[in-house]
Design a protein around this ligand. Sequence first.
Ligand code: PEP
Ligand code: MG
Length: 892
Amino acid sequence: DHPDQKFVYDFTEGNKDLKDLLGGKGANLAEMTNLGLPVPPGFTITTEACRVYLDSGEEPAALRDEVSAHLGALERHMGKKLGQTDDPLLVSVRSGAKFSMPGMMDTVLNIGLSDDSVAGLARQAGDERFAWDSYRRLIQMFGKTVLGIDGDLFEEALEEAKTAKKVAVDTDLDAADLQKLVKQFKKIVKNHAGRDFPQDAREQMDLAVTAVFDSWNGDRAKLYRRQERIPGDLGTAVNICSMVFGNLGPDSGTGVAFTRDPASGQQGVYGDYLQNAQGEDVVAGIRNTVPLAELEKIDKASYDQLMQIMETLENHYRDLCDIEFTIERGRLWMLQTRVGKRTAGAAFRIATQLVDQGLIDEAEALQRVTGAQLAQLMFPRFDEEAEVELLGRGIAASPGAAVGKAVFDSYTAIKWSRSGEKVILIRRETNPDDLDGMIAAEGILTSRGGKTSHAAVVARGMGKTCVCGAEELEVDTKRRRLTVGATVVEEGDVVSIDGSTGKVYLGEVPVVPPPVVEYFEGRMHAGADDADELVAAVHRIMAYADRVRRLRVRANADNAEDALRARRFGAQGIGLCRTEHMFLGERREMVEKLILADTDAERTAALDQLLPLQRQDFIELFEAMDGLPVTVRLLDPPLHEFLPDITELSVRVALAESREDHNENDLRLLQAVHRLHEQNPMLGLRGVRLGLVIPGLFGMQVRAIAEAAAARKDAKGDPRAEIMIPLVGTVQELEIVRDEAERVIAEVEAATGARLKLALGTMIELPRAALTAGQIAEAAEFFSFGTNDLTQTVWGFSRDDVEASFFTAYLEKGIFGVSPFETIDKDGVGALVRSAVAAGRATRPDLKLGVCGEHGGDPESVHFFHEVGLDYVSCSPFRIPVARLEAGRAAA
Ligand code: PEP
Ligand code: MG
């Protein structure tokens, strides 16, 4: 059924660009092989084979033979056969998807060992202990990941063996102890899997391959994918690699390394090394690793070779790489490399460093950072001046300032965070089972493990604050507490952790704005001193982005203060001034009067009272944005928002009635409230509908805008006001408002002698508006897509309710990976935007097009708006730098 497909690639056949097919690990193993680096020979089963299996429940028919052919070649190359009794070839079977999913899927090492071949391995290695240790590891990993046996059963048996022998570490168990342990492990398998541990090497391998395929749909993997927005149908590749051994004695070992510091971007020697151990020991934090620099003393030749390989890799990948390696009796082997994860700050620094080194150009540098990383750099930090109680210090694993109540298990972290508490998850070390708790927590604190421990790697990936390896802290998860000297932190006590310094504090430490925000605010200048290296990098990247981006970036702001901040942050105008925000507070009563007016005289009086206030608002706004466009949207919200609460008022009136104390005003108010009450206010009397039923309201607003513009001109300013009509569904609505607006503007022009050139446009935020955009453009000089309402009305989702009601269930079921109110739904809402753009421009080629819904500041959505050809995005002031950066990335 798949006759021409090739499902297996030798490492010599692939390359780094085949990640879709070979997964990240397989593609990079191939790349390193072809670079001539020491990679143990092996081959990769493609993601396509996995997809066939996941879709049909059966592995492709051709797979078995193809694997046999590649295994045969591997055996010839190595001069021994898989599981051969006197000298067994052993292999590892590892998952490897296109996107790295650390610790999420399965790995089985030492495949090929059996009751018979273990003796052959011992003889060949000249090391009885090593052979039995390898065998017990195989049964343990195979039992857990392939046969689905609870891993704790093996761990407990191992602990018991150590206790019985009165030793602390597994390396102190000798061959006889390990042989006994193997017996026990096999018993565990028999009892819990209902079958014997398979003695046939090929059967071991085939079962492990299937288990890796299955692990793609394990709960942990699914959760991780949702978090990281990795599509669920990619499948994983499987790498089968000849084993090399780090547990062959003190001249062997295993380690991880980074070509640069993933936390700061600094070049240097970063990593951890563990002597006489296999790979999983490092990740699991079983024994304490030593810093990589110490390898120089342990094995200088391997160290030098590793340094050279790291340089080769960095120059080849032109990026920070992380590496897993093993030394087998003084011989270095590369087991993995990939472009390494890094903190947000390091991403900016590394991108500019690589430009300076001539390895990448500016366009490439823009692809090396993301808006999400920039947003992270804008998070608050701890106040250094604050009085603090230092509890201890660990490794700064993932930056940020997190404050929360101490919890000691994932279950509590989830439970408390669901009830609105902020929590810090404190563990001795984390493992993949802690993932849910890590997601729920504000930050993660561990007492063991280095920069490459599970907690550190996963937290960095999530952008979560993490301090790890804080060794002075005694974490007692059973008693749910943490002790440092005489201090005891109980579950529920507040702690603060600083992922940038590794410091851990008791109590709540206040937070302050970080340097990058100070820079955008204009309070710090790029390139001032060493401490501002990050700011300098951000400054340069922003300059690249601004140079290449086509989209302009405006702000949603409705007062001068926000407008000024937005301007400092790089806003090129205001895309949405929500005038309803100007009618709250003490002005609410004036609006109440307007709504309740029975006569023209009453109404005019109310409008006359509002006019000068509005005019002053606009004068201030136009001044703050002098020389830049300011889109003022006429009043939008449902009217009842300006009236008193219906229940409260009813009670008041009823009480007064019972006392026969009639209050005419309250009675009238209550009638009005009843009259205006709507079951579905979001679909009710809003936007342009208001302007059409309350005579004079829009006219007053237009007059205020025009008079403010005239006043600014008079003061030698450069006002560039644009008037925007909300919630239009048909061009007729717009035409009526337009006629009145033009009349008012002409009056103001006549009265002041100013030429105002006020543009008139509309929001496109109803499906009908999008569908009739060609007609609407006849009466509009610009469109601004209101994607909040457009999403609400296209999906039929109430924007005020759904996030709290069923969205969690939808996200869990994978109906969407992210809320459509956060990232534009390209296929639905986006398709309407796209067609409205085309229809609008067909009618009016110079139609100006923007977006002012929340999506205007969302990275993925910004790329979409670039692609459909909008002129600008508009977003809240704090998101402007992110929008600028993403607009640049979209264009680069
Ligand atoms: C929108 O609907 O996208 C919009 C910007 O308007 P508002 O959020 O004020 O309804
Ligand atoms: Mg709207």
